[in-house]
Design a protein around this ligand. Sequence first.
Ligand code: ADP
Length: 258
Amino acid sequence: MSEELQAVIKIRDEFLSISSHELKTPLTPLKLQIQQILRMLSQSTAWDPERMQRLLNTSNRQISRLSKLIEELLDISRISRGQLQLELDRFSLSELIEDVTQRFGRQLEEAGCELQLELETDLIVNWDVFRIEQIIVNLLTNAIKYAAGKPVRIEAKRNGDFVSVVIRDRGIGIAQGDQNRIFKRFERAVSQDHFGGMGLGLYIVSQILQLHGGTISVESELGQGAAFRVEIPANGPQAASTSVIQAPDSALCASPPN
Ligand code: ADP
């Protein structure tokens, strides 16, 4: 077997091991919570509505985590088959960021992250609203995860033909030597024991940006927080309303020899 093929199989095996671990992590508490709810319901005298609400809220969070992981896996599969498509639409980026951050209010509060917004109004863009929301959600989720207890700032403004969005946190930061590789598939700069994750979010973000004709970069120092800067032409990619530009990704498409 060639060295290249061995490397591909190793990546795939590591990926299967990490992704099954990640998928299993929310399932275990979810199962326990459902069992507790069932027990409570069977003992009709011990009905505690507040406790029930807490259990259901936590279950709901675990389900959201599971669906996010599954969405990431589906996106990876779309990217590797060259089937990630954009549907361009005109919308207000400032409104979208306000909507997303409002939805994240509770999560930000629970993590102790004060949110600061500096959004230019009337930032009308011609992008794929669903995919751009995915980028903001991803970067915001990372800020909450890697900078709990610290403020998070989002800035959005026009720079000539481009619109830039910066998501800045004051968390654990990223060492200089890791700053390029974290945008690649499966690459992580933290230990699995301290922070869960599959190392796919930033890779998917950079693929979506590539389709939009945009870029992402990071400025950071270890222990000093991180600022992720996204820049996209306001009018979107030059192509028509839909584009499919990804070539199939060999590492996940390759299969072992018979
Ligand atoms: P995941 O968070 O699931 O590992 P990502 O692709 O979103 O995957 O991020 C890749 C890696 O980049 C993370 O494992 C982490 O090491 C680093 N990283 C991303 N965002 C931040 C951040 N805001 N602060 C510090 N490190 C970060």
